[in-house]
Design a protein around this ligand. Structure first.
Ligand code: C2O
Ligand code: CU
Ligand code: CU
Length: 530
């Protein structure tokens, strides 16, 4: 006869282990009864990186140390201060020991992964300098490009900006059967915009106006490298594009007009490849490309561009900035004075992301699959609230921020607090729900990539108010909404409907804007699944 749950817990604790469901009291401690497939230490620490000629750049990074498991599962991102890449299979058990060798608190969040709430890197789990947090969880997610980064409240943006971001690439049998390029033809590309000073140092924090808008750098780095170049053979590649920028949205298209063939989104493979002239990728989102260079001649060069789009730089940002005590009036002037030096490229500006050079001829046998994966499509009529979506609205309201009282982004007029959970933020466990995310904050409208922890969801509808149609039209064809998502971009004036079910773990997760300056300034709230 099985033991009653409470007895099992008592026995496990008395043996010095943690019960398998890892309640909060055991979170962060090593469980000797947990048998990891991969046991890894990640040391968060300061480093110096040679990015440009001349002075080295001060960066932060995760230094991996394999404790047990296959060493092929952990690899650096070539030539990068970002990383590492952790490779896992669905069903693996990961033990990852975060060692905080920074001089400030940190914690890791596994973006897109369905892990127990106390393994999720909630800001309240942050550990101080010199401390260790041991994550132990089973990989439940399907194959896909997941990533990890700090999730401390108020310093996520600066830590990610400095280089704390890695990849967790999950594979499974379905992916293996899809016939996709592998090995060195499977290339992760983390896109981030950055600004450097004359001494090659990363410029951060941004000016207070940029804290309100979100940081926008003056150049695009890929995998931490400026002017990124990819040398390819006349073959097919799988490009895993991660928007790891603090607040820049990209509209990605090939320079020669070749269509962008998307094969996966945040939560893994699509059902079938999708062809677009461009794809729209907000901060936190991932998209994977089937990039076929097999018809090209050696010597061909092309670029992946971020094409111009409109509607995101409404121009009210100067009014909203001003920082400590500056209120509604100080901002305009400060912004005008510093705009040149702080904000090189506005959101929506045309930018080159990377250059591809076809430098060798190799035969190709891979053909584009017609079927990539199968998964259950949620149906609105199956939702417990089919007729009354749970609504979350982006708001701008007066709140106590880091610089004192000022205007702050939030949801439904609320900002983050460690324990704050409003009535509409209590979510029933394992019930399919319709949610509606609303971004109508006129006239101070901005684009907001909304990210939800603890579940992957399906986007089922979008609409936009007439006043914002032009901006929306400049990006909408690039939304790839047919797959699993954990982050969804809302343009100004836009409403998104999605279907979501938290069927894995009860507990407290968060949802937030993945414009990291927004979430750090309060645009994050708890979700209590119960
Ligand atoms: Cu990628 Cu809650 O974050
Ligand atoms: Cu996340
Ligand atoms: Cu936002």
């Amino acid at each position: 006869m099985p033991l009653p749950a409470f007895l099992a817990v008592v026995i496990a604790l008395s043996l010095g282990g943690c019960p398998t469901n890892r309640p909060a009291s055991c979170g962060g401690k090593l469980d000797p009864n947990f048998e990891p497939t991969l046991d890894l230490r990640l040391r968060a620490r300061a480093a110096e990186t040679q990015i440009f000629d001349g002075a080295a750049t001060r960066t932060l990074g995760f230094e991996p140390e394999l404790i047990s498991g296959d060493s092929a599962r952990v690899a650096p991102i070539a030539g990068s201060y970002l990383g590492p890449i952790i490779r896992a299979r669905t069903g693996d058990r990961l033990r990852i020991r975060l060692q905080n060798d920074l001089n400030e608190p940190t914690i890791i969040h596994w973006h897109g992964m369905r892990v127990p709430a106390d393994e999720d890197g909630h800001p309240t789990a942050a550990i101080g300098p010199g401390k260790e947090f041991v994550y132990e969880f089973e990989v439940r997610d399907r194959a896909g490009t997941y990533w990890f980064h700090p999730h401390t409240h108020g310093t996520t943006a600066s830590q990610v900006y400095s280089g704390l971001a890695g990849l967790l690439l999950v594979s499974d049998d379905e992916e293996a059967a899809a016939g996709l390029p592998g090995g060195d033809h499977d290339i992760p590309l983390i896109i981030q915009d950055r600004s450097f000073d004359a001494d090659n140092q990363l410029v951060y924090p941004p000016h207070s106006g940029q804290m309100m808008d979100g940081f926008l750098g003056d150049q695009v780095l890929v995998n931490g490298q400026p002017s990124y170049q990819l040398s390819v053979a006349t073959q097919v590649y799988r490009l895993r594009l991660v928007n790891g920028s603090n607040s820049r949205t990209y509209k990605l298209g090939w320079s020669d007009g070749t269509s962008f063939v998307a094969i996966a989104t945040d939560g893994g493979l699509l059902e079938t490849p999708v062809e677009r002239q461009y794809v729209t990728l907000g901060p936190g989102e991932r998209i994977e490309a089937w990039a076929d260079f097999s018809g090209r001649s050696v010597g061909t060069q092309l670029t992946l561009e971020s094409l111009a789009f409109s509607g995101v730089d409404i121009g009210m940002d100067g009014m909203m900035s001003g920082g400590a005590g500056g209120g509604m009036h100080g901002g305009m002037k400060v912004r005008a004075e510093t705009a040149q030096s702080v904000s090189g490229q506005p959101n929506g500006a045309a930018l080159t992301v990377l250059r591809v050079v076809v430098d060798r001829a190799e035969p190709e046998t891979l053909v584009r699959p017609t079927t990539l994966s199968t998964f259950t499509r949620y149906r609105i009529e199956d939702a417990v609230n089919a007729d009354s979506p749970r609504q979350f609205s982006v708001t701008m309201s007066m709140a106590m921020g880091m610089g004192g009282m000022g205007m702050s982004w939030g949801f439904d007029g609320r900002q983050f607090s460690e324990t704050g959970v409003a009535a509409n933020e209590i979510i029933p466990f394992d019930k399919l729900e319709v949610w509606e995310l609303v971004n109508e904050t006129s006239p101070m409208a901005m684009n907001h990539p909304i990210h939800i922890h603890g579940a992957q969801f399906q986007v089922v509808g979008r609409s936009v108010s007439d006043a914002y149609m032009a901006g929306w039209e400049s990006v909408r064809e690039g939304y790839v909404d047919g797959g699993w998502k954990d982050t969804v971009l809302l343009m100004p004036g836009e409403r998104v409907r999605l279907l979501i079910r938290f069927g894995d773990f009860a507990g407290t997760y968060v949802y937030h804007c993945h414009n990291l300056e927004h979430s750090d300034s309060g645009m994050m709230r708890n979700l209590r699944i119960e």
